[in-house]
Design a protein around this ligand. Structure first.
Ligand code: NAD
Length: 502
């Protein structure tokens, strides 16, 4: 019998050992070691989780605004105090370097802080005397049970784009984390309990497709927030919508950075490195293509190459922190490496080749070194598909217009950036580009908590982006009330006509 730990669910306010006998392995990507197994829910466990979330929601939505707000403030305080513990869990299972894991928590905290101010964003409106003696007003209410299905690359921040707001407005939440790094959400569940959240309002359901499908079809689940790859996002969108749910499904990306000849090339090279290789390129807002408007390509490539030579790749948990860690799995590392092979076969020039990297002391880690490719052909899969690794393609274009047309021709529309000192060009760029999040001399333009996060085209299925005002819209529904309190002195009489305002 193996004595490896099985990571449980969190149902009804406690750890829940699965009886499914079905598990998936969890690795430390830096060492390549199998460190735990995660439970994969069976139908009975899905039903239990949903039933407990439904019961709890009825109680929670009856809490006063002040009481709910007190729980949120307490959660925020605990998380801010203890975030380093959580960062260590992220690094152990996801592989990103510790400071980056801590940064991910910081961006999640922004949404917790936004949610603490929920009473303001949940206010309805009131019109006195809309018709004679008639008042009209609106009330915002919670939806019920809401589900979050999240990807491996941000095991804390991505669920935190959604659950603080959903919980604040009075919903219950079931998080289905990625099977690859499932522990962070269990830690968060314990923190919610400590903050005073009633049992069952926050549930963690570990699992694979079976758990996801169970949530997509359960009649009690009112809304689904998904983040992951585009084919699964589309599946989630269609299936959840077919089952009558509100759904927002964020998909993949292929983000371009356009560098104009007047740009500060040192700034552009620094930012290409940060956005291309940070988190080993496993960010949906990572830059994977640098569009260099000639004549800057040679100089920019030289500057990027110089900087790559100084990057350290290693175990993100080391006290002497490297710049980037491993990829999530051996399989994903091999897939990313195969895109470099494809680029080479298709005629791209490999300027810096990370395929043969060796990290001392970590022979079994899932590492790939930063890779730079010049002039990958535009019909190569290495250009058209999302790679999701530390691979940067430089594509040479002749003009601003050619660059914009290329960006707009892609299937994705998540993020993009322009590097220039020409304000007019930047303004034209923001107007013409078919992308949801834009950086101007900023490479990873993840909007702050009080704006909303989401792409266009195949990067977002559904109408609502994550967090910000759109997050509140997504997790609440409105009632409009038309009310007449009769003046005892007057009488309305019978009128079969359609109500008119007078
Ligand atoms: P993924 O699509 O493989 O998995 C995401 C979630 O879906 C996981 O919880 C997984 O268990 C579940 N899932 C996987 N296959 C399923 C299936 N057939 N049916 C039902 N559920 C299924 O994504 P990933 O590999 O974990 O994450 C990387 C992807 O996420 C990249 O494409 C990246 O661009 C994208 N991403 C997008 C954003 C964004 O904001 N647009 C943010 C982060 C990551």
């Amino acid at each position: 019998m193996s004595n490896i730990q099985v990571i449980p669910h969190w149902i009804n306010g406690k750890r829940f050992e699965s009886a499914s006998n079905n598990t998936a392995p969890v690795y430390n990507p830096a060492t390549g070691k199998h460190i735990a197994d995660v439970a994969l829910a069976n139908q009975e466990e899905i039903d239990l989780a949903v039933a407990s979330a439904e019961r709890a929601q009825r109680e929670w939505s009856g809490y006063s605004v002040a009481k709910r707000q007190a729980v949120l403030f307490k959660f925020r305080e605990l998380l801010a105090d203890r975030r380093l513990e959580l960062a260590e869990i992220i690094t152990r299972e996801q592989g990103k370097v510790l400071s980056d894991a801590n940064g991910e928590i910081g961006r999640g905290l922004e949404v917790v802080e936004l949610a603490c101010g929920f009473p303001h964003l949940m206010k309805g409106s009131f019109t006195e005397n809309a018709s004679t003696g008639v008042d009209v007003y609106s009330i915002k209410q919670a939806l019920g049970v809401t589900a979050i299905i999240s990807p491996f690359n941000f095991p804390v921040m991505v669920p935190m784009w959604f659950f603080p707001i959903s919980i604040a407005v009075g919903n219950s939440v079931i998080v289905k984390p990625s099977e690859k790094d499932p522990s962070a959400q269990l830690w968060i569940a314990e923190l919610w309990k400590e903050a005073g959240l009633p049992d069952g309002v926050f549930t963690v359901l570990q699992g694979d497709k079976l758990a996801v499908d169970g949530l997509l079809t359960a009649p009690e689940v009112q809304a689904v927030s998904f983040v992951g790859s585009t084919p699964i996002a589309q599946y989630i969108y269609e299936t959840a919508a077919k089952h009558g749910k509100r759904v927002q499904a964020l998909g993949g990306a292929k983000n371009h950075m356009l560098v104009l000849p007047d740009a500060d090339l040192d700034l552009a090279a620094d930012q290409a490195i940060n956005a291309g290789y940070g988190a080993a390129g496993e960010r949906c807002m990572a830059v994977s293509v640098v569009l260099a408007v000639e004549p800057v390509a040679d100089e920019l490539i030289a500057k990027i190459t110089e900087r790559i030579a100084k990057l350290k790749v290693g175990n993100g948990a080391d006290s002497n922190e490297p710049d980037l860690g491993p990829l999530i799995s051996a399989q994903h590392r091999d897939k990313v490496r195969s895109y470099v092979d494809i680029a080479e076969t298709d005629g791209g020039k490999i300027v810096v080749d990370g395929r043969a990297i060796e990290v001392p002391g970590h022979p079994d880690g899932f590492f790939l070194g930063p890779t730079l490719i010049d002039s990958v052909p535009l019909d190569s899969k290495a250009y058209t598909e999302e790679i999701f690794g530390p691979v940067l393609n430089v594509v040479r274009v002749k003009s601003f217009d050619e660059g914009v047309a290329l960006i707009n021709s892609g299937q994705f529309g998540n993020g993009t950036a322009i590097f220039t000192n020409d304000g007019g060009a930047a303004r034209r760029f923001q107007h013409e580009i078919q992308v949801g999040m834009i950086g101007i001399n900023v490479p990873i333009p993840v909007p702050v908590g009080y704006y909303s996060f989401g792409g266009w085209k195949a990067s977002l299925f559904g109408d609502a982006k994550a967090y910000g005002v759109q997050g509140f819209e997504f997790f609440t529904r409105e009632k409009a009330v038309t009310s007449r309190w009769l003046d005892p002195a007057k009488h309305g009489g019978i009128n079969l006509g359609f109500p008119q305002n007078d």
